[in-house]
Design a protein. Structure first.
Length: 209
């Protein structure tokens, strides 16, 4: 079963409070989401493999470490996932960015894939799928399905806020995927919204209703 990591870092928790606050405007909300994504990226890359190299400092030659040639890919789930990408790229500028678009079928209420654009070397990359919210888990499960169908072998899922139901759904469908979240909330309400949550992340990021 994939592991679940809940980040309790004070800076993440502090910024998350303002992200949740309904009085936080679009500009500030967007900046905070990006900042929390950067802080989470710091944690999610903790196990990247290193190799030793020799360099010349101003004083002498020295052995030091750099990240091994790991190919990373960031996959935002459209549209809200886009709000987290730049924050991650600040720390990992060489990562490639793909996109997965999903919409909810009004009849079945299940997510349907409408757009997928991925880096060409899917099988060789470590992917981080990002979406601010993990509610029912439907979109996350389908996005991971999309990646696996195209040959992805190594996938992590990262979000700001998750409901227990969503975590359970991803673990059940994809037991090989670790989940990284800034806060695990109480539950889903009757409309599928996370409680206490932060409302609709897409609308708050892009100023729509």
């Amino acid at each position: 079963m994939g592991k679940v990591y809940v980040f309790d870092h004070p800076l993440i928790q502090h910024k998350l409070t303002y992200i949740r606050d309904k009085n936080t405007g679009t500009k500030e909300f967007r900046e905070l989401v990006e900042e929390v994504a950067t802080l989470m990226a710091f944690e999610i890359t903790r196990d990247l493999p290193l190799v030793e190299v020799e360099i010349e400092t101003p004083v002498s030659r020295a052995k030091s470490k750099i990240i091994a040639g790991k190919k990373l890919g960031i996959i935002p789930i459209l549209r809200a996932g886009i709000g987290m990408v730049d924050g991650i790229l600040k720390l990992i500028p060489a990562a490639k960015v793909g996109h997965i678009g999903l919409y909810r079928d009004p009849e079945t209420l299940k997510p349907v894939e409408y757009y997928v654009k991925l880096p060409t070397d899917v099988e060789e990359r470590d992917f981080i799928v990002v979406d601010p919210m993990l509610a029912t888990g439907g979109s996350a499960v389908e996005a991971i399905n999309s990646l696996k169908k195209r040959g992805a072998k190594s996938i992590k899922f990262m979000c700001l806020i998750a409901a227990p139901e969503g975590v359970e759904a991803v673990q059940k469908a994809h037991p090989d995927v670790d989940i990284y979240i800034a806060a695990l909330d109480e539950k889903l309400n009757d409309h599928g919204y996370i409680v206490p949550g932060l409302g609709d992340a897409g609308d708050r990021l892009f100023g729509t209703k």
